[in-house]
Design a protein around this ligand. Structure first.
Ligand code: SF4
Ligand code: NI
Ligand code: CU1
Length: 708
């Protein structure tokens, strides 16, 4: 069998279908009609990245066909075959784009189809922290459903982001695999063309985080090969189109492993007929190392389960959530007071249930001791409890401190999950993740109502209050050290966050205390201290030492940063920011949009479009990515008048930040209920309505100096 011939034949089939689809689109919609995937600022992203051309109308699709044909030359060099793979990818994208043009929702549940820019941005943090250690694309159909279920679950429990294309989706459904983008198993579509939605994710990572220029295909290929740890598994019988798609994957640096023999190309195209070994072979091919913490519990524990929701009907037991008291606390103790790995449940465990859902009060008290432990790290460790519990299959955790709310699902209860297992999970993860600061750890879980009540009053509440006091005193002026965070450099090579007490990392996941703890956990790692030396301008937030640190950490890409300005040398963005802020000159202020908000804003752009204006570690005056928590900070663009400049935010974001924002505005400007002066989408999404509202409310931005 000639591998090249197979690829050329597959490419021919894509070409034929794409030409038919384009004709159909022209006939049904006309050449002027829009063609684009939903919620992306990158037109047809694959074609855009490869050629630099934005395809936005049905008429443009003819040009897109020509661009794809430009890659077709059926020679005898490996590159000729790979180019046909590239052409196939472009043609598949055309086919899929027509589907989205002709139908409102070409993919119905459980199929996912195209992923939005926001969905890709949300993967940023788990990818850089290696929470998602790799990306698997499973194509075809396994010999039976059981095998499919086993392989998919294996990837899921390793945290791998897994995309399914083809009949394997039905097999996964049959096996009851928990699926969805939050569970890291994404059924994309049945037809092989739909695999382009996964290619599009890899390519957009390069555009979004890498800031690689559209049209510089060589640089995109380098980026995906080096930084996107993806690979392909083909199960069952293959056909020419699957192999042509495989060639496209290989061209991007993603090895393919096939169950049925076609051919072998060392490191790129591998044959693995043994289903028990396909996971191992694939991970090795991409050099993905999985960190396994073996925990003795009857259910899976993996970051993939973080997004699992437990609905009322599936719930066996519940703690907190207004019905019972529920709190959690991590406290530092002397080594002599902690017995390592002691796990105790004081009060009834959930198997004493007389009614379902069983509701009990709950207190989780985690005592840790360690030579390098500091009281400042207590809240850092405590916040991880949320993740550790969510990683546990069949456990849902919401909130923190004494507003924690936990549900345990029936299925996991039936598999044997009890409260003591939560203790096991917490113990194992604490020791694993915080090994440098935690030498000993014990977990006590109380369900005895009286004890919970007493401990909350005497232990937890005073502790929370003391921490709040410490946090309130933690302002930039009161510390002599800031921290860099370069975690995102694995995707955005030039990006550096400067984390200060009042300005957390733009992902929202790294506070100054987190950065301080990270430095302790990994002394040469992503967070390095920066002394606040050589002040140049305190209002704009410029320090010589900060500039030096940024220049060094960005390998010279950025040499000046003003921490408190959005105009003069603003901090760069990687791409995974929680919010983006952009100026509205006519309102003399800025709008802020969070990633979850999908609609249009008064600047005429969506979150995705605004977000595409910045990223990849580039400075873009007038636009700034930042964390939600930064919004209520006194340092929020304080060089340009501060948070009095905020004129519009989505309602959900307003409600989320209201308390702190109001308090800060009161303190800074003596304004009551400032959040109510800020416009939102329920009031206006265009500038006329926005201005009218601001004038009615007497919004302070209107009286500030011109923003430009
Ligand atoms: Fe990335 Fe900045 Fe968050 Fe660090 S703080 S993980 S660099 S966004
Ligand atoms: Ni980030
Ligand atoms: Cu990032």
């Amino acid at each position: 069998m000639n591998l090249f011939k197979i690829i050329y034949s597959g490419k021919d089939q894509y070409l034929k279908l794409a030409e038919e689809m384009v004709q159909k689109a022209i006939a049904e919609k006309g050449k002027e009609a829009d063609v684009r995937f939903p919620d992306t600022a990158y037109a047809l992203p694959v074609i855009y990245a490869i050629t630099g051309e934005k395809i936005t109308t049905v008429g443009d699709l003819e040009k897109a066909l020509d661009l794809a044909k430009g890659f077709i030359h059926e020679g005898r060099l490996l590159q000729d075959a790979l180019d046909s793979g590239t052409a196939s990818a472009m043609l598949a994208e055309i086919i899929e784009a027509v589907k989205y043009t002709l139908e409102d929702k070409p993919y119905q549940e459980p199929l996912h189809g195209h992923l939005s820019d926001a969905e890709i941005r949300a993967f940023g943090v788990p990818l850089v922290t290696q929470d998602i250690p790799g990306v698997a694309v499973l194509i075809g159909q396994c010999k039976d459903s059981e095998t499919a279920g086993k392989i998919i679950r294996d990837y899921q429990e390793k945290g791998i982001l897994t995309f399914l294309v083809g009949k394997i989706i039905d097999q996964a459904v049959e096996q009851g695999v928990k699926m969805g983008i939050d569970l890291r198993v994404v059924p994309v579509g049945y037809e092989i063309e739909s695999v382009i939605h996964v290619v599009s994710v890899a390519i957009r990572a390069s555009l979004i985080f890498g800031a690689v220029e559209p049209g510089d295909f060589a640089a995109h290929k380098q980026y995906t090969k080096d930084r996107v740890k993806a690979f392909v598994n083909v199960f069952g019988d293959w056909d020419d189109k699957i192999i042509a798609a495989g060639a496209a994957a290989i061209e991007l640096g993603f090895p393919a492993v096939t169950e049925t023999y076609i051919n072998e190309v060392p490191t790129l195209l591998l044959h693995q007929p043994d289903n028990d070994k396909v996971v191992e072979t694939s991970l090795e091919a991409r050099n993905i190392k999985i960190k396994i913490t073996k925990i003795d519990v009857p259910v899976g524990v993996a970051s993939s389960f973080e997004g699992e929701r437990i609905r009322k009907a599936d719930m066996f037991a519940e703690f907190g959530g207004t019905r019972t008291k529920c709190f959690e606390l991590v406290q530092m103790k002397d080594a002599a007071e902690v017995e390592d790995h002691k796990i105790e449940v004081i009060g009834p465990d959930i198997d004493t249930a007389d009614t379902v859902p069983y509701r009990l009060p709950l207190a989780i008290v985690v005592d840790v001791a360690g030579k390098n432990m500091q009281e400042d790290f207590e809240p850092v460790l405590e916040r991880r409890l949320h993740y550790f519990m969510n990683y546990t299959e069949g456990v849902m955790h919401i909130g923190q401190r004494n507003i924690a709310w936990i549900r345990i699902g029936k299925e996991s209860y039936e598999r044997g999950l009890r409260l003591k297992h939560l203790g096991e999970v917490i113990y194992a993860q604490m020791r694993d993740e915080f090994d440098k600061v935690v030498d000993k750890c014990q977990v006590t879980i109380y369900t005895d109502a009286e004890m919970v009540e007493k401990l909350e009053k005497e232990l937890a509440l005073p502790k929370y209050a003391a921490r709040d006091e410490r946090l309130a005193s933690l302002v930039d002026e009161n510390v002599d050290t800031f921290y860099t965070c370069t975690l995102c450099q694995s995707f955005a090579p030039a990006h550096v966050c400067i984390v200060t007490p009042e300005r957390l990392g733009l992902c929202g996941a790294v506070s100054w205390l987190d950065a301080k703890a990270t430095k302790e956990l990994d002394p040469t790692g992503a967070c390095q201290p920066v002394p606040k030396d050589g002040v140049e301008d305190e209002v704009k937030g410029i320090w010589a030492a900060v500039n030096e640190a940024v220049e060094k950490a960005s390998q010279g890409a950025v040499s000046r940063v003003s921490l408190y300005s959005i105009f003069e040398d603003p901090m760069t963005s990687c791409g995974c920011f929680e919010c983006i802020c952009g100026i509205v000159p006519e309102a003399n202020g800025v709008i802020i949009v969070n990633r979850e908000y999908g609609d249009i804003t008064p600047v005429g752009m969506t979150f995705g479009e605004l977000a595409s204006m910045t990223g990849g570690g580039v400075q873009t005056p007038g636009f700034m990515g930042h964390g939600r928590h930064f919004i209520g900070s006194k340092k929020f663009m304080s060089a340009e008048g501060g948070l009095a400049r905020i004129v519009w935010m989505p309602k959900e974001l307003k409600d989320d930040v209201r308390e702190r924002l109001d308090a800060t505005a009161k303190e800074l400007y003596g304004i009551d209920n400032f959040t109510d002066m800020i416009c939102d989408e329920t009031i206006a999404t265009e500038s006329e309505g926005l201005l009218k509202f601001l004038e009615e409310k007497g919004h302070p931005a209107l009286k500030l100096d011109p923003i430009m």
